[in-house]
Design a protein around this ligand. Structure first.
Ligand code: TXA
Ligand code: MG
Length: 349
C-alpha cells in the first residue's frame, strides 16, 4: 500500500484534503491525523473491519480497546448508555481537550473497537484538523496513538511515517503536536470516577470540578499481577531499544551517579545516551546528552519526551540514563510514561 502524506495548515485548513481523507475513512481505510496530545491512527469506529485494520497496522493486541473520537458531545451520547452529571461537568470544562471518559456503551459500537468490553472511551480532541476530519467522516473515529505497538507515541507526522509507512492509507501532517503525551483517561462506569491514565488534565484540575476522583494505575512501582482497568496500561509501552535507567534524588547526587554510570558503561564500550534538562545539560561531560526541556516549564518536558526516546533509538545507543522529572503539575503523567519506558528501573540516590 502506498501511504499518502498530506500537509495541512491548522489555521487555514484545506477542506478538499479533509474531504478526501474522510472518504478514505468512510470506505473503511486508515488515516493518521494530529490531535493536541499525539498523532492518532483513525478508522470508522462503527465499522468492525476498519477497526481490525488498526490492530493489524500497529501490531496491537486485540484485547486493547480503542478510544472513540467525536467532534461534538451530543454524538458521544448517542453511543453511551448514560452520562452522569459529574461527567457532564468535565465535558463542559475540558472538551474539546486532552480528557477521555469511559462509559457503559449502548451496544452500537462493534467489539472490534472496544476490545470486547461493554464500555466505550470517548474523547473530543482540541485540534481543528482532528475535529474537521471527524465531522466529515460521519462523527465517530476510533483512534489509538499512531505508532507501532511498543514504540513511543508519535508527536510528529515523520514519526508516524517511520512506523506505519506502507501500512496505512494516509497521513495528515499538521506539524508537531502541542502537548506530547496522551490524554488523561477517567472511568465513569462505577459510582466513584477514577483516573485510569494520568495526563495533561490532572487529578487536582478534575477535583476542582467534581470533588473527588480515584486513581487506578500502577504508578508507584511495578506491580506484579496488577490488572489495570485500561487494558493498554498493562503492556510495556514506549519501550526504547536501549536499556533505560532513571536516576532519582537531589540534583548533585543524581549528576554524580550518572557520571559514574557513564564511566562504567564506556569502560565496556557501550554507547550512552543521557536525558538531562535545560538546567543540567551543561554539566555532563561525556555520553550523548540531550535536554528534554526546562524543569521551570514542564510543558516543554512533556513535549519532548517521546521524541528523545525515538532519537536515542535512531542513534542506537546501548544505555540511556535519565534524570527524574517529578515536576508539580504534569510530572505524574511524565513519570508514568518514563517509568514504563524504563520497565520501572529506578536508582534512588
Ligand atoms: O491522547 C490520546 O488519548 C491519544 C490520541 C490519539 O487521542 N490516543 C491514545 O490511544 O492514546 P491509545 O489507544 O494509544 O490508548 C488508549 C488507552 C489504552 O490504554 C486503552 O486500554 C484505554 O485507553 N481504553 C480504551 N477504551 C477503554 C475502555 N472502554 N475502558 C478502559 N480503557 C480503555
Ligand atoms: Mg498508545
Amino acid at each position: 500500500m502506498n501511504t499518502i502524506m498530506e500537509k495541512l495548515d491548522a489555521d487555514r485548513i484545506d477542506i478538499k484534503i479533509i474531504k478526501n481523507a474522510a472518504k478514505v475513512i468512510r470506505e473503511g481505510g486508515l488515516v493518521a491525523f494530529p490531535t493536541e496530545t499525539v498523532y492518532g491512527l483513525g478508522a470508522d469506529a462503527l465499522n468492525s473491519a476498519a477497526s481490525e485494520r488498526i490492530y493489524a497496522a500497529k501490531g496491537r493486541p486485540s484485547d486493547n480497546p480503542l478510544i472513540v473520537h467525536i467532534a461534538e458531545p451530543a454524538k458521544g451520547k448517542l453511543i453511551v448508555d448514560n452520562v452522569p452529571e459529574k461527567a457532564e461537568k468535565l465535558m463542559r470544562k475540558f472538551w474539546p481537550g486532552p480528557l477521555t471518559m469511559v462509559f457503559k456503551q449502548n451496544g452500537g459500537v462493534p467489539r472490534e473497537t472496544t476490545g470486547g468490553l461493554d464500555t466505550v472511551a470517548l474523547r473530543m480532541p482540541n485540534h481543528p484538523i482532528a475535529l474537521s476530519l471527524i465531522k466529515e467522516s460521519g462523527g465517530f473515529i476510533a483512534a489509538p496513538s499512531a505508532n507501532s505497538s511498543g514504540k513511543p507515541s508519535p508527536t510528529s507526522a515523520e514519526h508516524v511515517l517511520l512506523d506505519l509507512n506502507g501500512k496505512i492509507d494516509m497521513i495528515l501532517d499538521g506539524g508537531m503536536v502541542e502537548i506530547g503525551i496522551e490524554s488523561t483517561i477517567v472511568d465513569f462506569t462505577e459510582e466513584i470516577p477514577s483516573i485510569l491514565r494520568p495526563g495533561y488534565i490532572t487529578k487536582e484540575m478534575i477535583e476542582q470540578e467534581i470533588n473527588y476522583v480515584n486513581e487506578d494505575f500502577a504508578l508507584k512501582g511495578k506491580k506484579e499481577n496488577f490488572t489495570p482497568k485500561a487494558p493498554g496500561m498493562k503492556y510495556r509501552h514506549y519501550a526504547p531499544k536501549a536499556e533505560l535507567v532513571i536516576v532519582s534524588g537531589i540534583e548533585k547526587s543524581v549528576l554524580e551517579r550518572i557520571h559514574l554510570l557513564i564511566s562504567e558503561a564506556e569502560r565496556i564500550n557501550k554507547t550512552v545516551g543521557i536525558i538531562a534538562s535545560d538546567e543540567t545539560i551543561g554539566r555532563y561531560k561525556r555520553g550523548i546528552v540531550r535536554s528534554i526541556g526546562a524543569r521551570s516549564n514542564e510543558d516543554t518536558i512533556a513535549g519532548s519526551l517521546y521524541g528523545i526516546l525515538r532519537e536515542f533509538d535512531a542513534l542506537n545507543v546501548d544505555m540511556i540514563y535519565s534524570e527524574s522529572f517529578d515536576t508539580p503539575r504534569i510530572g505524574q503523567a511524565i513519570m508514568n510514561r518514563l517509568l514504563k519506558a524504563a520497565g520501572y528501573h529506578v536508582i534512588k540516590v
